[in-house]
Write a protein that binds this ligand. Sequence first.
Ligand SMILES: Cc1ncc(COP(=O)(O)O)c(C=O)c1O
Length: 474
Amino acid sequence: MISQELLYRRVAQRVEGMIQGGTLRAGDRIPSVRGLSQKFSVSVSTVLGAYGMLENRGLIEARPQSGYYVRPIQSPLPEVAQTESCETSNEVDLMDLVLQVVGDLHFDDRAVAFGAASPSPEFLPTGKLNRFMSGALRAQPYRGASYDSVKGYHALRVQIAKRMLGAGCSLTPEDIITTAGTQQAIVMALQAVTQPGDTVIVETPTYFGLLKALEALHLKALEIGTHPREGICLDELERAIEQEKISACVWVPNFGNPLGHKMPEDKLKRAVHFLNSKKIPLIEDDIYGELGFAEERPKAAKSFDRTGNVILCSSFSKTLAPGYRVGWIVPGKFRKRIEQLKYTSTVATSTPTQMAVASFLENGGFDRHLRRLRRTYQDLVSRMSQAIAENFPEGTRVSRPEGGHVLWVELPPNIDSIAYYKLALKKGVSVAPGPIFSATRRYSNFIRLNCAISWSNKVEKAIRTLGKLAREWK
Ligand SMILES: Cc1ncc(COP(=O)(O)O)c(C=O)c1O
């Protein structure tokens, strides 16, 4: 008679074969326990035993009230390396290149949009959010058409303060000012703590919107080497601060763009205390903070700040609706200055969108939506890494993000990513070329790919196109 153990193993091997052979891919739901027991003519407890074995080996995972799923697999490609610091600060001259690329990324609707870091609308609760907006406006028709207070819509600030508890921050609504997205928050934070000509420390590579802001404000960037999973190198940061006068640091400690890194908690705490001791403000971009792949949301740098030296900037652009332009800033000790800057730049944030987001946070099931979104992004990042491994030439390396929805890809050194992005666009696929992520236009053979697009034959074909372009590069 066959032992129970052997039976489990046989069933487990058949499911594993489906995973290895590509029938079941990362993120796919595997057949229900009952369904498989009927199909293989074995008992339910045998299937459960087999699934337990596969779970122990990290091949599948159980999701509460949802069933078993194939776990995301780590990319077989080598990981991108830690980057190097620049010796000196540099003026930024990227505006024309960034505007050209961003124009191409946003306005060619026919292209498969791996270039812009925007989630596809089907992942966002747009219909529900719009209904919340109509409901809120019906309930308070004049409110929506009136100027809001400079600090922002009170009910929204209450909801943001509640959410920030999850990031380890005890805030009151008075500690928060709403903004038209993270970008406005970062620009105001920079304006509050710097003068033209000052130097600001950034991660490298970093989000090009930040570099554009530095250029517009006539600030210099000092790029500090960044680990692809653990963020900016603190030893190099400390050395740079000994050598040059630094007015501020701007980082994305939780799931940076484009690396997807997450600074370990101890390191982040050490960085906050060090910068506080040097009285150098830290501008924290937390736009991806709620989009980690782990169950628990990581702490924000702000949570370690006892002196008001950290300015936290964030928004709902990656989680609810980029076009609503609803974000916020926690200005710490720079509150008065930031309020003045907000008043002089926009007077107030748009009221109807703030009302809609406030009621969605209160009653729309935001946590449930986020749980689904995080899973979806994790699955898509994993699928995209696999597809890159299958299609790109030897010499390709890829990041291992712990959150967010972008991948940073190093192509073989002979590939010029600006020429590559132009050719790819002609073939109907957009990518973001590496040089726009650096004040000194490094990363000439890197691209950033957005994974927040529904997986489809069209997407697979687009990756094959990109791979072929890279393989046949002359
Ligand atoms: C790291 C980072 N910061 C800021 C922004 C801009 O965000 P918002 O649309 O909220 O202004 C983005 C958008 O892609 C981003 O990736």
